[in-house]
Each structure stands twice: as C-alpha cells, then as structure tokens.
Design a protein. Structure first.
Length: 81
C-alpha cells in the first residue's frame, strides 16, 4: 500500500526490460523521468506507451517500488467510481 505522504511527493518513473526479475536492478533501463507527484507519474505511465519490450516502474519518495501489476490498481483508484 502506498503511504498517504507519497501521493503528493516526487516520484521517479523508469522503463525497465520486462524480463527483469522483481527487485533486481535492470541492466538496460531507460533514463529516469522525474515527476512532482506520484499521481503525475502514474498518469504518465498509464497514458503513454512503453517502448517495446519494457514496462513502467515507479519509485516513490518513501522508496517503494511500484510494479506494473500494482500500477493498474492505483490508476483505477485515481479514476474514482
């Protein structure tokens, strides 16, 4: 679960190869994109197509790593009922 303090804190998005083991540092990841809030990073990840063979991974201000499977859930929660 994402701490409430992370929602309005800076976040970093990076496209990582899909075959990167969970928790491992990718060898061929994209440059890091910085966002002023986690909401903005999630919006970007869900509305922009990832380069071929990669997926978006977000690192929050508290250090949590948000994997693609969790991104869908967070995106839905931001959309409301």
């Amino acid at each position: 679960m994402v701490p409430d303090t992370d929602w309005d804190a800076p976040a970093h998005l990076q496209y990582e190869p899909m075959d990167t083991p969970k928790g491992a540092l990718p060898q061929h990841a994209s440059d890091v994109m910085e966002f002023s809030s986690l909401r903005e990073a999630i919006h970007w990840a869900m509305t922009n197509e990832a380069p071929a063979g990669t997926h978006a991974v977000i690192r929050t201000a508290s250090g949590e790593v948000i994997e693609p499977s969790h991104l869908e859930e967070l995106w839905s929660s931001l959309q409301g009922p």
